[in-house]
Design a protein around this ligand. Structure first.
Ligand SMILES: [Zn+2]
Length: 585
């Protein structure tokens, strides 16, 4: 069997395997500053000159000059071929490789190519619309967004009509089912017609690192809601893996820092003022995968999120993620504006430069963020908050320095702080150690239950959620697991709220793992898959319900009348089970 191992996949494989852990499986490693060292396996020596750098994810021997990444280590040390090493590491990280010769993969690739083309044509169309819409141009100009920036970001305008884009794309020869897959149109459940998702909005095409258009963001021109609307996730659009502005910023970043902001408008306004390395998460909170994408290009970051509470919480989360990955991040504090867009409008570039100059490093930001707790003279809580965060600090030296500062700040001896910190964290550490799997990790299963399968399909095509009415409206299902989740998804769809992994997380809370893998799906048979899945789920629910009732009948001292009711219900269920079973098989 041969797998697709293009440069994207190889990069993902390298990103998701830590070279320290790989080499540690074969050689004893000793910590040496930021690196690890051991005796070189490739030449004879008495003192270690073989260094492993977790930072660079490379090994290097100062004695014989051997060096490379995880894959080349395995090819040299284990005599694996390149492909064997890549496959082994993919399996280890739970990455499902695509077979190059499987027809499904080819079909998905063909579909993806069509979706990119549709998006490209739609973007050109939006861009041309904008030139013919003086009121929108005036709006952009009033925000200091001129022709050069409009062109650079491909900003456009969606006309205020229900089927304007749909008709344009149909006339270009695209099939409605393909247009639907991009999320540019939405299907009306009742009569099977379609309408444009984006109407009367400024359009921001979203590019991936290869400069392909993977989705769109649309902003209203007035105060109507929702202010921002995004394309749903699709075969080619995975929000957690991309950043708005990355296609430009990655080429400009070289010796500079990325500037992480919250919204499209912030990214664009930063560019207007000459900050060309700004990027934004795509209407979701910042993810680990986005960190992995960014760190290919730079180690240095400024976080310039909104100044409200939500923005500051997000900044705390982001700086911890950077810290955990041993990257340098600082937080820009804006006291007199709600976001960089507003700040730059009010005060201009010179002042923002000062903000950057005065940005806070990791520890200073923690102090700033939790200062109210200390001001309310709750020292213990304050110390605990700091402890909870600094577990993310990668370097022991840095943590040592933090204890120095913290000790001075709260007037508790450094020794006591360290003792307390270790006491708190020793439990967690042993937990982590024992949690390490004894056996080699297997490739992750795609789904474990019908509900997840169903939700996965809804993520791909939100319109499937309409069909949940069959479950939502049946009283029989009310007290079963996941009923509430399915009901909320149904209601989202009815209210035209987009369902993506982020909103799903809010709905499911901790009750479900929402990191559903959507790359291993037969995109040509979505409809059939969904129908089949619904039937199986209903069958499962009927059977569960019947079991509940049968047990109640056995155990209860209910009156004869209520027992008869239960028996009736069981009888009805039995009929439904029988007919559904026939449909499924
Ligand atoms: Zn060597």
């Amino acid at each position: 069997m041969s797998y697709n191992l293009d440069s994207d996949i190889i990069q993902r494989i390298l990103d998701q395997n830590n070279i320290v852990e790989i080499i540690e499986e074969y050689l004893p490693l000793k910590k040496a500053g930021a690196n690890y060292s051991t005796l070189c396996p490739f030449h004879k020596e008495k003192t270690p000159s073989f260094i492993v750098s977790p930072d660079k994810q490379m090994f290097h021997c100062f004695g014989c000059g051997e060096s490379g990444d995880s894959i080349s280590f395995l090819t040299k040390y284990k005599n694996y071929t390149f492909v064997e090493a890549a496959e082994y590491l993919a399996k280890r990280a739970g990455i499902v490789l695509e077979e190059t010769n499987s027809s499904k993969v080819n079909k998905n690739k063909q579909t993806a190519d069509i979706l990119y083309k549709i998006n490209r044509d739609a973007a050109v169309y939006f861009y041309k619309n904008l030139k013919k819409a003086p009121h929108v141009l005036a709006y952009l100009n009033s925000r200091n967004i001129k022709a050069d920036v409009i062109k650079m970001f491909g900003i456009g305008y969606a006309i205020d009509e229900w089927d304007n884009l749909l008709n344009y794309l149909k006339n270009k020869g695209y099939k409605v089912e393909d247009i639907l897959k991009t999320g540019l149109i939405i299907s009306k459940e009742k009569n099977g017609t379609y309408y444009d998702r984006f109407r009367n909005r400024v359009i921001f095409p979203i590019f991936d690192i290869k400069k392909r258009i993977i989705g769109f963001g649309g902003r209203v021109l007035d105060d109507s809601l929702p202010k921002y609307l995004n394309s749903p996730e699709s075969l080619i659009f995975n929000k957690g893996y991309n950043l708005y502005g990355i296609h430009i910023a990655k080429e400009k970043v070289r010796n500079k820092s990325f500037i992480l902001v919250e919204g499209y408008m912030d990214v664009i306004k930063m560019h207007v003022h000459g900050y060309d390395t700004a990027v934004a998460a795509l209407g979701t909170s910042f993810t680990e995968n986005q960190v992995k994408l960014l760190k290919r290009y730079s180690k240095n970051y400024y976080i310039a999120f909104d100044s409200d509470e939500a923005g500051q919480k997000a900044a705390l989360k982001a700086i911890n993620m950077f810290k955990k990955n041993n990257l340098n991040a600082r937080v820009v504090i804006m006291e007199d504006a709600k976001d960089p867009d507003e700040y730059l409008n009010k005060y201009g570039r010179g002042s923002f430069d000062k903000l950057i100059e005065n940005s806070l490093d990791y520890y200073d930001f923690l102090e700033f963020h939790f200062k109210e707790i200390l001001e309310n003279s709750n020292k213990v809580e304050y110390i605990n908050k700091i402890f909870d965060n600094i577990v993310n600090v990668y370097s022991e030296i840095e943590r040592e320095l933090i204890f120095d500062k913290l000790s001075r700040k709260v007037g508790v001896s450094k020794e006591s702080l360290i003792k307390e910190y270790n006491k708190k964290n020793i439990k967690q550490k042993t937990l982590i150690n024992t949690a390490k799997p004894a056996v080699k990790p297997q490739v992750k299963k795609i789904t474990t239950c019908h509900e997840e399968e169903l939700i996965k399909l809804i993520l791909i095509n939100n319109d499937f959620a309409f069909k949940l009415s069959e479950i939502v409206k049946e009283d029989t299902f009310k007290d079963l697991r996941y009923y509430k989740i399915l009901k909320e998804l149904y209601e989202c769809r009815i209210k035209d709220i987009s369902i993506d992994s982020e909103s799903l997380k809010k709905i499911t809370g901790d009750s479900m793992d929402v990191n559903l893998q959507i790359d291993n799906v037969d995109y040509d048979n979505l409809e059939a898959l969904f129908k089949d899945c619904m039937k199986r789920l209903k069958l499962k629910y009927y059977e569960e319900k019947r079991n509940i009732l049968t047990n109640r009948l056995r155990q209860s001292d209910d009156s004869f009348q209520s027992k008869e009711e239960i028996m009736n219900e069981i009888y009805c269920l039995a009929k439904k089970i029988k007919s559904t079973k026939e449909e499924v098989n």
